[in-house]
Design a protein around this ligand. Structure first.
Ligand SMILES: Nc1ncnc2c1ncn2[C@@H]1O[C@H](COP(=O)(O)OP(=O)(O)OP(=O)(O)O)[C@@H](O)[C@H]1O
Length: 237
């Protein structure tokens, strides 16, 4: 399975944020999306999920032996950098509700508590209102949604920055465990995280996507190369 982006464009007024985003993402890999502040990473994710209407271009899912079809929002699990969750429910109630409304579409097998165990949210926290959860805990609950529904494409907008060292390691482990069945793209400013977790690095610079040579990942010159590539970026916030 592949996610193929072709010529995605988006401007806000006279500001061209995405000029021509074209790239093919493959299943089984974790992609790190690097770009400076204001480069358009969130805008790209929002265009893919239809949160924002792109001005042009297309995103399709291509599977071997099948016709390509347009990417639909139901095929995407999106973890926002600022988690959006119903504050008035407990974590348990929300996950139970999420499982109920997706019944029939999701591979059943685990109980609500077993899902919470996976992301290490303690039993006493499961029955507290989400309103009182820390940022990291809210991110974990968002992640549970894609762990349950298993959408083919998973987008994570700087999720790991809110986690402490231990949780970040747990989540990294989890992403590695599920990556074979998904296309995972996450945006980050943390170079170390990108090199550590990702199979491929894609830079968003000057409104375009550009793959960084795979062999650069382990090289001593990697950081310099990335800085060189991104520092000429205009118009960052
Ligand atoms: N709704 C909007 N209206 C006008 N301009 C916007 C809107 N959303 C984003 N922008 C502008 O588009 C540009 C790209 O923003 P975006 O949030 O996509 O960047 P980003 O790469 O995710 O940045 P960061 O790393 O700082 O989160 C910025 O200049 C931002 O000010």
């Amino acid at each position: 399975m592949e996610l193929k982006l072709t010529g995605i464009r988006k401007s806000y007024g006279s500001k061209e944020v995405l000029k021509d985003c074209s790239f093919t993402f493959e299943k089984g890999k974790i992609y790190g999306l690097l770009g400076r502040n204001g480069a358009g990473k969130t805008t790209l994710f929002n265009c893919l999920t239809d949160e924002v209407q792109a001005d042009g271009g297309e995103a399709v899912i291509a599977e071997e032996g099948k016709d390509s079809r347009p990417l639909s929002p139901e095929q995407i699990g999106y973890v926002f950098s600022i988690p959006v969750l119903p504050d008035f429910l407990t974590g348990y109630e929300f996950i139970k509700f999420y499982m109920d409304i997706h019944e029939g579409e999701i591979p059943r097998g685990k109980t609500v508590d077993e899902y919470f165990d996976m992301v290490k949210i303690e039993p006493e926290d499961r029955h507290r209102l989400i309103k009182g959860y820390s940022h990291g805990m809210k991110n974990k609950v968002q992640m549970l949604c894609f762990i349950i529904a298993r959408p083919p494409v998973i987008l994570l907008d700087e999720p790991l920055t809110s986690f402490d060292v231990v949780v970040a390691l747990e989540i990294k482990q989890l992403l590695r465990e599920i990556k074979n069945d998904h296309i995972i793209i996450f945006s980050t400013h943390i170079l170390q995280l990108a090199t550590d977790l990702c199979d491929e690095i894609v830079a968003l610079s000057d409104g375009r996507l550009q793959q960084i040579d795979h062999h650069m990942l382990g090289s001593a010159d990697f950081e310099n190369r990335i800085i060189e590539l991104l520092k000429d970026e205009e118009g960052h916030d």
